[in-house]
Write a protein that binds this ligand. Structure first.
Ligand SMILES: NC(=O)c1ccc[n+]([C@@H]2O[C@H](COP(=O)([O-])OP(=O)(O)OC[C@H]3O[C@@H](n4cnc5c(N)ncnc54)[C@H](OP(=O)(O)O)[C@@H]3O)[C@@H](O)[C@H]2O)c1
Length: 291
């Protein structure tokens, strides 16, 4: 990779984007990091990275930022943000705003992080918006790579939160399998994609685990005895129905996504070296030091 190939990174204040910023720095790739909150991004400034303030939902603020940029990488999406915006505002429109500006400036490539099997789950609010953006990106004429990752280790903290209280709750038998991935491993694959001809990359972590096994790893890290409670699937389906009926998509979107995926295997090509058990142990140790 030539050193003069500037990357514009959007989403660096988040979990995956933060790992991506570090990986770009390690490889000495010049990077423009676009954020809405510069204070949150202060630790991302480096010899090779500059911070630019812009509002992705207001396209006029992006004008001129893409000059000299070779590749745009976006991990922008709503996960736990509570800004009153919808997936259509952010996962779709904010990324479209980035894409339009990239096209205007003659950027070569756009790398976008969607979700594993997102194209098969367009009925879910979060996937509907992400995959609509994927459609626009594919039609844009730019080189592109769609990254489709399995669950992130950061999201596995939900298991840890339950384990801390001595009990993990699951739906069904808990025997569904998946291979979650650490942000550090995924960031390596995303940065590799800058020079890759692949248009789609499905990717997961090195270990294929059942939900029961993840629960056990979390309880083990917390030093608690194995105690996993299984709720029936009809309850999971009833919760999805009730949330869809009585709450807005902002409320039910993430829960709908999580509860739907809990009921199926999700196995992606295995990648990386970071193990979930070690991640849980580090999280627990950090917490102990804080107390
Ligand atoms: N978590 C998972 O298990 C998983 C699995 C597969 C795919 N994904 C997808 O991968 C992507 C990155 O996930 P993550 O866990 O790294 O998410 P994250 O930590 O929440 O980071 C999301 C990034 O998007 C930015 N963003 C959100 N709303 C915005 C808005 N209105 N305007 C400007 N920026 C906004 C955030 O900026 P602020 O810091 O300013 O809020 C942050 O930089 C997401 O699209 C997610 O859906 C996640």
């Amino acid at each position: 990779m030539k050193k003069d190939k500037t990357v514009l990174l959007a989403g660096a204040t988040g979990y995956l984007g933060g790992h991506m910023a570090k990986e770009l720095e390690t490889r000495q790739i010049p990077t423009k990091i676009v954020v809405r909150n510069t204070e949150k991004a202060a630790q991302l400034i480096s010899e090779t990275a500059t911070i630019v303030k812009a509002k992705l939902t207001q396209p006029e603020t992006l004008k001129g930022l893409f000059e000299g940029v070779d590749t745009v990488i976006s991990t922008v999406g709503i996960t736990r943000q509570k800004d009153g915006l919808t997936y259509w505002d952010v996962d779709y429109q904010a990324n479209v705003n980035l894409l339009n500006e990239a096209m205007r400036a003659g950027v070569r490539k756009f790398i976008y992080v969607s979700v594993l099997n997102g194209n098969l789950h367009r009925n879910l609010k979060i996937c509907e918006a992400k995959e609509a953006f994927v459609d626009d990106l594919v039609a844009s004429g730019l080189d592109y790579t769609i990254i489709r990752p399995n669950g992130f280790f950061s999201d596995m903290k939900d298991f840890l939160d339950m384990a801390k209280k001595g009990r993990v709750y699951l739906f069904g038998s808990g025997e569904q399998k998946f291979n979650p991935i650490h942000g550090r491993d995924l960031a390596i694959a995303c940065v590799d994609a800058i020079a890759s001809p692949k248009t789609e990359i499905n990717i997961g972590g090195p270990d294929i685990l059942t939900h029961n096994e993840v629960a056990e790893l979390a309880l083990l890290a917390c030093g608690k005895p194995i105690n996993v409670i299984h709720f029936p699937h009809w309850l999971r389906k009833s919760i999805i129905w009730a949330l869809r009926t009585f709450t807005s998509s902002k409320t039910y979107g993430p829960i709908e996504f999580f509860l739907t995926l809990m009921a199926e295997d999700a196995i992606a090509p295995r990648y990386g070296s970071n193990r979930l058990g070690t991640f849980f142990q580090i999280e627990v140790d950090v917490l102990k030091k804080k107390i």
